[in-house]
Design a binder for this molecule. Structure first.
Ligand code: AAO
Length: 550
């Protein structure tokens, strides 16, 4: 499903309110159709059509994946949209929080300081408002959308003291709950209604404290209050008017679903410079629901999509062959694995938290540190129709495990001694330098983004497995993928469902001009092809699709 279909769905959720308008329209027009069944039917279709198109969104064709350019500067994101993301079919970018945050010196400028807002001024280590605007404009101009990580549950840590220590130099006093640059004052926080002794969330099986108390000691806004909702909506509307296409809502689990709904209903339609009239922002909510806690992800479906954290945890478990899992079990991957409905899910192999042991997911999460399995996991995710996909793009840090924990998991992005973030340099071979990992530039991952676009509306077909860790499946006449995660070689004649011809494998190489830079797969007239994958292969999978056919 295309990203913007979700926004239409969200809009349809709102159709309830406009339902009455439609009913009025029908009532007004029905005398005209009286006594004529065909005319009545036509009228009904026209009115329904009108009501639906009001919510029809930007028809960004055949682009299905976003990439999280974690901690990138706005200037670099703009360049990346133009030189790489647009030509390779990426739908959009999730950017780090753009608003003013607390500058934290100890530890030295951790990445997580950006999750401690001081105000909603657009100024952070990624750049100032002009740079942000320039990025949004340039990315939109090449058809790549910007999705903002919106930190709206809380402000900074209650223990942050006071001063002019925001990234824009704004004053705050955490103890007094005073954030004059918004402005928020102590009436805008939940302290009076949180009932735990510490004021923090102490028990995740109590849904009330999960919403009314402080997450990690961060001062907790009361989104019950209309004034608070409006200030949050003003911030988000400012971004929408700039041209952003939607939001990841941080820590959504800690905000009541109806409050999120009230905030969303205050949001403007998207900027008509780039989006069709009436387009609604794409919303995806960070709710960690691994089962076993009080707050459930389904409480948030009416507001937009929701992060599916079980996806990466379970896929990692399968590829690592833990708990007796094997790839053949992925035959019914999706809702049958206890995942949320596909059209509600945002899926990812890892995110900025769980790639370093924050958040949820645990040890099974695969990351760039384990490239062989990681590429297979991302390859599987992009080949499989379930969910709306997000790719992680990271930087390297000096990972150091002590007693099972990475003691350097706070380390911020590559930066200079004054704290400014290093720019993303591009090596002659297209990979990134200056400490940036750029998984989205790994050619296997990039080519699988293109694969997903090529097959996007096709169901799974021609599943095959060896009852173990060799599996293959097609996307009904558009693409076919084969994995070998066993300790023995794969050598099989498989029905691909593809038209006869010579296809370039997009994992060992790709199609360039009229030749393949990697291996070629010959699909016979009956759709059958021969596949060989050594158990020792660096990337033990093969993927072919109609757009990589000679
Ligand atoms: C920093 C310091 C803290 C300090 C705080 C205030 O690290 O020590 O108290 O400042 O001074 C990020 C960092 C935090 C950082 C924060 C603010 O990750 O370390 O705190 O910025 O600077 C919960 C939330 C979820 C949240 C996640 C980290 O539900 O929303 O914690 N993620 C987002 C962002 C994240 C950010 C924030 C929110 C805050 O993505 O980057 O924090 O804006 C259970 C619960 C989850 C809960 C986790 C972790 O998970 O279910 O809801 O996430 O615990 O507390 C198994 C279970 C799983 C369980 C997990 C961990 O996997 O199945 O359910 O174990 O126990």
């Amino acid at each position: 499903m295309l990203l913007h279909d979700q926004a239409r769905e969200h809009a349809l959720g709102r159709l309830g309110s406009s339902f009455h308008e439609c009913k009025r329209l029908l009532r007004w027009m029905s005398p005209l159709a009286k006594g004529n069944l065909r005319c009545l039917l036509l009228l009904l279709l026209t009115v329904l059509g009108l009501c639906w198109t009001r919510y029809k969104l930007n028809p960004t064709v055949k682009k299905t994946s976003i990439v999280h350019l974690f901690e990138w500067r706005w200037n670099d994101v703009a360049l990346e949209c133009e030189r790489y993301l647009a030509p390779n079919g990426f739908a959009g970018v999730q950017v780090s929080p753009p608003n003013e945050n607390l500058v934290i010196m100890s530890p030295w400028r951790p990445w997580w300081e950006r999750y401690q807002p001081i105000s909603y001024k657009i100024c952070s280590r990624s750049g100032n408002e002009n740079e942000f605007r320039d990025m949004v404009t340039r990315c939109n101009n090449v058809g790549v959308r910007i999705y903002v990580d919106a930190v709206i549950n809380h402000m900074c840590s209650s223990g942050a003291g006071s001063g002019y220590r925001g990234t824009c130099g704004s004053y705050f006093s955490a103890g007094d709950r005073d954030f004059p640059a918004v402005p928020y004052s102590n009436f805008d926080f939940n302290d009076r209604i949180c009932e735990t002794a510490s004021g923090d969330i102490e028990n995740y099986s109590d849904p009330v404290q999960v919403r009314n108390c402080r997450l990690l000691g961060l001062v907790d806004l009361t989104q019950r209050k209309d004034g608070v909702r409006s200030k949050i909506a003003d911030y988000m509307n400012h971004l929408i008017d700039t041209g952003v296409a939607g939001f990841r809502i941080d820590a959504t689990k800690h905000i009541w679903p109806e409050d999120i709904n009230a905030i969303i209903s205050k949001l403007n339609n998207l900027n008509t410079q780039w989006f069709s009239r009436g387009s609604r922002p794409f919303i995806y909510q960070e709710v960690i629901d691994m089962g076993g806690e009080a707050v459930r992800n389904k409480e948030y479906f009416r507001n937009g999509r929701v992060t599916e954290f079980r996806y990466g945890a379970q896929l990692g478990t399968v590829l690592r062959k833990w708990n007796g899992e094997k790839m053949a079990n992925l035959k019914n991957w999706g809702e049958n694995w206890n995942l949320m409905p596909s059209d509600k899910a945002i899926v990812f192999v890892d995110n900025h938290d769980n790639q370093r042991g924050h958040g949820a997911g645990g040890a099974s999460i695969l990351t760039f540190w384990n490239p062989r399995l990681y590429k297979m996991a991302v390859g599987f995710m992009l080949a499989h129709p379930y969910g709306s996909t997000r790719i992680m793009s990271s930087y390297k840090w000096p990972k150091h495990i002590q007693n099972g924990t990475d003691i350097n998991n706070w380390v911020g992005p590559p930066s200079y001694s004054d704290g400014s973030i290093k720019h993303v340099s591009i090596n002659p071979n297209g990979t990134c330098g200056n400490g940036w990992v750029c998984e989205h530039r790994w050619h296997q991952i990039r080519n699988m983004v293109i694969f997903r676009n090529a097959v996007h509306d096709k169901p799974i077909a021609w599943w095959w497995d060896n009852s173990n860790n060799q599996v293959a499946f097609g996307r009904d006449g558009k693409g076919f993928i084969v994995f070998n995660n066993d300790d023995r070689n794969l050598s099989e004649m498989l029905s691909t469902g593809l038209p006869a011809g010579i296809y370039c494998d997009v994992i060992t190489g790709q199609k360039e001009g009229n030749q393949c830079t990697g291996i070629q797969i010959h699909v016979a007239a009956n759709g059958i092809a021969n596949f060989h994958i050594s158990s020792q292969a660096k990337e033990p999978f093969i993927a072919i699709h109609v757009e990589a056919k000679l």
